[in-house]
Ligand binder design. Structure first.
Ligand SMILES: [Zn+2]
Ligand SMILES: [Zn+2]
Length: 279
């Protein structure tokens, strides 16, 4: 399993590679711009060329771009939905230009309009998005912890979305361990982990799973809370991460931490912890 971290692009895009390499990343995730803004950024060609060169030299693969938090492709509000589609297409364009492999977006929220409305909205959004030229990029929906009106917490609902489209190579899943735990999948135990995989198998092809987010969980099992914790210090715990990291079905995948990092060394320490638990 290839392990890495979410890293900052502050300053210049290419600087993110050195940040990733310095903490021992084999794979990495970035925001293309400000995660709390709708504005998409423009990188100049020198920055992109340098990024590609340095990434190659550092042997970092795959590279993932995470969409901003404001994006809601399940929104019942047509203006927000359109803005969200535009944001996904803008990041898809960036992903192709910088040679990223995956684009991760949360399934979004129906904002109280009901799950059926949410499903209709997300289907509408994906229909527009998936007809764009993708190159070798894949769009990954990230499972959510299910709080409030969040879509895509359970594998049943994600399966409904995936199976609506034929684009198996363009549309897959980014599996977040904290969100799965918050949604009621007990990843602290082997039975719970196998139950998650069985739930995937009965709703969509396991080959849809491309990327992982390794986060421990501060919220209780099934609480719906999306509160990340440092690896080993939450409810999933060291034992749970040992099970996840060594599970035969996940060995060909890659994933990153998105753990809290109040101290400068936190990402490095959490990544080292993952590596230690994976052997
Ligand atoms: Zn995540
Ligand atoms: Zn989260």
């Amino acid at each position: 399993m290839r392990l890495g971290s979410h890293v900052s692009i502050a300053g210049r895009l290419y600087l993110s590679v050195a940040r990733a390499a310095a903490i021992g990343c084999q794979t990495m995730q970035i925001f293309s711009g400000n995660p709390r803004s709708w504005l998409s950024v423009k990188y100049d060609s020198a920055d992109i060329a340098e990024f590609k060169k340095r990434r190659q030299a550092a042997g970092i693969s795959p590279v993932t771009i995470h969409l901003p938090y404001l994006v809601n492709i399940s929104s019942p509000d047509d203006e927000i939905r359109r803005k969200s589609v535009k944001a996904v297409l803008a990041d898809l364009d960036i992903a192709k230009r910088i040679g990223a492999d995956y684009l991760v977006v949360h399934a979004g929220s129906h904002r109280g309009a009901g799950r059926d409305v949410g499903l209709k909205s997300i289907a509408e959004s994906l229909k527009e998005i998936l007809t764009a030229p993708f190159g070798s990029v894949s769009l990954l929906l990230e499972n959510t912890s299910g709080a409030g009106n969040a879509m895509g917490a359970g594998m049943l609902e994600l399966g409904k979305i995936f199976n609506y489209f034929n684009h198996e190579e363009r549309l897959g899943l980014c599996l977040d361990t904290c969100h799965a735990y918050g949604a009621g999948y007990d990843l602290a135990t082997e039975a719970g982990l196998n139950n998650l995989f069985a739930d995937i198998d009965s709703n969509f092809s396991f080959s849809r799973v491309h990327f992982l987010h390794f986060n421990d969980c501060r919220g209780a099992l099934g609480s719906g809370l999306d509160r990340h914790e440092q690896i080993g210090k939450g409810f999933i715990g060291e034992h749970g991460f040992r099970l996840i990291l060594n599970h035969p079905r996940l060995q060909q995948l890659a994933g990153v931490i998105e753990t809290p990092n109040p101290n400068p060394d936190d990402d490095k320490l959490n990544l080292a912890k993952l590596r230690q638990l994976s052997t």
